[in-house]
Write a protein that binds this ligand. Structure first.
Ligand code: ADP
Ligand code: MG
Length: 314
């Protein structure tokens, strides 16, 4: 489901990461309402495979139902590009390493208007123009360019933190924005995101089925926190994590980042169409590991308030 420009960016960047890109550039015009492009240096697509990429349920990432349970890629359903192509003017230029020529595919409102060989650099360039021009009602539902643009920025920042080995570049309305070096140093990325002088703390925690890497930079004198969470490299906004973080971290305002790793078989990532919600088989372990991490980082035992949430803006 494509809800807004940020959903397009999320799907495209996930594809870039899945394609092994070490550089991803996101350019956004008018908050992505007019145009957005995502360019990567990943493995690219063969000329002949381009139409497949925009046909429903064509994915190069899964070949059997059994594979679904132990999937390591972010995408697997082959639904994102077709959904985007159906509601916008989509252009893809792509070339694989070793191919003499690349390909260009243009789809408008779901109909293919051009498929031609071109010369282009290795990797994939994807451009989405006039998002929702086929759906005037949905188009009206989009927020201001500023607000949509902010969501996209926040998303790119989350990806940059989740993938420190990938260099991310953001361009907004022709101006260079945020970027990361892609040198694999997560602490360096967090210093870019949270401030060079942030009092950065990190630790690891584990339960039987779950590992957590946790980062915290306290906001002295403030009461609210910002939390980002990732599960197996996927940017998620999950109610279990939100609830646990909201109550356990409440006494410790700051920037929090939780990176969970678990066996993909213990996770149902297919529950939400945009994959922002996950279902943990052992949600108690999410609480346990966050509790352990907060204890280690804060040096004392947090008092668990009744209820939770409230003080948290994810
Ligand atoms: N940036 C990219 N680089 C290489 N291949 C891509 C890229 N984006 C999309 N593809 C190809 O297009 C297919 C469809 O993409 P998508 O609709 O997002 O489905 P999924 O990611 O679930 O497979 C992918 O399986 C992949 O083969
Ligand atoms: Mg995908």
């Amino acid at each position: 489901m494509v809800e807004r420009p940020a959903s397009v960016v999320k799907e495209a960047v996930e594809n870039s990461v899945d394609a092994g890109a070490t550089e991803v550039r996101v350019s956004v015009f008018e908050g992505g309402k007019v145009r957005l492009t995502v360019e990567d240096n990943g493995e690219g697509m063969a000329f002949g495979d381009l139409p497949l990429a925009v046909s429903r349920h064509a994915t190069s990432k899964i070949s059997s139902v059994e594979e679904l349970g132990r999937l390591n890629t972010l995408g697997f359903r082959g639904e994102a590009l077709p959904s985007i192509a159906a509601v916008s003017r989509l252009e893809i230029r792509s070339r694989r390493e070793g191919d003499d020529e690349g390909g260009l595919l243009r789809v408008e409102g779901g109909s293919r208007v051009l498929h031609t060989p071109i010369s282009c650099r290795k990797g994939t360039w994807l451009s989405v123009e006039d998002l929702f021009y086929t759906l005037p009602a949905r188009k009206k539902f989009m927020k201001s360019a500023l607000s949509e643009g902010r969501r996209i920025s926040a998303l790119i920042r989350d990806f940059a933190a989740a993938y420190p080995s990938v260099a991310f570049y953001e361009n907004r309305d022709g101006k260079d924005g945020f970027s990361t070096p892609g040198d694999g140093d997560r602490e360096g990325v967090l210093r870019i995101l949270w401030g060079r002088d942030a009092d950065l703390r990190s630790c690891e925690a584990a339960a039987t089925n779950l590992k957590l890497e946790c980062w915290w930079a306290p906001f002295p004198g403030k009461t609210r926190s910002q939390v980002s969470s990732f599960v197996n490299g996927r940017v998620v906004n999950d109610s279990v994590i939100r609830g646990a973080a909201g109550s356990i971290c409440r006494p410790y305002p700051g920037n929090w980042m939780f990176l969970f790793t678990l066996d993909p078989e213990l996770l149902d990532a297919n529950i939400h169409p945009a994959k922002a919600e996950v279902r943990f088989r052992y949600p108690g372990e999410v609480y346990d590991t966050i509790q352990q991490a907060v204890l280690k980082l804060s040096g004392d035992l947090p008092v668990l308030p009744a209820g939770g949430g409230g003080a948290f803006s994810p």
